[in-house]
Design a binder for this molecule. Structure first.
Ligand code: A3P
Length: 303
């Protein structure tokens, strides 16, 4: 990558490069740089894809999936930070750190793989192998707010600009991983022809045990009621925010500066009400109606 240094961190090897467009979708430049490798990725039939639009609760569902896989064994789930336990398919921040694909290739099966890619960019081999995909979606307004604060502290993403500027970019799909609307619609439709479990952040928040049970069933795991209860507790916001293996504090400050904003920020439904102006809300609702008119997905507490 050509260096586009962060102004506050002149010696950092990491950069806030602008996004690049791959097949009409904005991606971080570090993903675009390895796109050929991502496209050619060879999936195995028992790979489980964990799919989210950024800030939809990726880390939360990763923790839940890992806990389910290890039947709630606390020590096993402390073995490494979440980004090593469940690697990120399209991740590559520089030659000194392994790519997501390198980490995945070292994993024993069944492999669990995180991605933010929209449906149409998923490497073909996942569908040739009939892999399962666990999708978590979060209402767009909370995603937008969370994504804005994340851009402020995640120094390998493009500059967010002001809140109003970021709001506009998000509405126009001019942010990394593209339009929230297209992402959700693509994955919602994928359910009709692939093995997709589609969950909602708001549902996990309201009834974690019920949603964890769905995850376990989807993964072919039979867990005792008390194990489900334990996983619900271990994956709660209050526990995860203090767990260094889940809260990203193990990453260098040049990648995530948690003094600007915590990765585990609020973990609430409806925080958008503290950020949206009346005008932004009206513009958002109008665009939501238009963009989602032909899609049957329903978000609770969304509008
Ligand atoms: P907020 O910024 O609204 O607090 P991702 O993992 O996709 O990057 O999403 C991060 C968002 O999920 C952040 O949202 C974070 O606080 C929230 N989150 C992480 N773990 C959570 C948990 N256990 N319960 C609820 N929200 C959680």
């Amino acid at each position: 990558m050509d260096p586009i240094q962060h102004p506050d961190l002149p010696d950092s090897p990491f950069t806030r490069a602008p996004f690049e467009v791959v097949d009409n979708v904005a991606l971080p430049r570090w993903s675009a740089d390895i796109w050929e490798m991502v496209e050619k990725f060879q999936a195995k039939p028992d790979d489980l894809l964990i799919v989210t639009y950024p800030k939809a609760g990726t880390t939360w569902i990763q923790e839940i999936v890992d806990q389910v896989n290890w039947s709630g064994d606390v020590e096993s789930c402390k073995r490494a930070p979440i980004y090593d336990r469940i690697p990120f398919l399209e991740y590559f921040v520089g030659p000194t750190m392994p790519t997501g694909i390198e980490l995945i290739e070292k994993m024993p099966s069944p492999r669990m793989i995180k991605t933010h890619l929209p449906f149409q960019l998923i490497p073909k081999s996942f569908w040739e192998q009939d892999c399962k995909a666990l999708v978590v979606a979060r209402n767009a307004k909370d995603c937008l707010v969370s994504y804005y604060h994340f851009h402020r502290m995640c120094l390998i993403l493009p500059e967010p600009g002001t809140w109003q500027e970021f709001f506009q970019k998000f509405m126009d799909g001019q942010v990394c991983w593209g339009s929230w609307f297209d992402h959700v619609k693509g994955w919602w439709e994928a359910m009709s022809h692939h093995r997709v479990l589609f969950l909602f952040y708001e549902d996990i928040k309201e009834n974690p045990r019920q949603e964890i049970l769905k995850v376990a069933k989807f993964m072919g795991k039979v867990l005792e009621e008390e194990v489900i209860e334990k996983i619900a507790q271990l994956s709660s916001f209050n526990v995860m925010k203090d767990n260094p293996m889940a809260n990203y504090t193990t990453l260098p400050v040049e990648i995530m500066n948690q003094n600007i904003s915590r990765f585990m920020r609020k973990g609430q439904v409806g925080d958008w009400k503290n950020h949206f102006t009346v005008a932004q809300n009206a513009e958002f609702d109008e665009q939501y109606e238009r963009q989602m008119a032909n899609c049957s997905v329903k978000f609770r507490n969304a509008l």
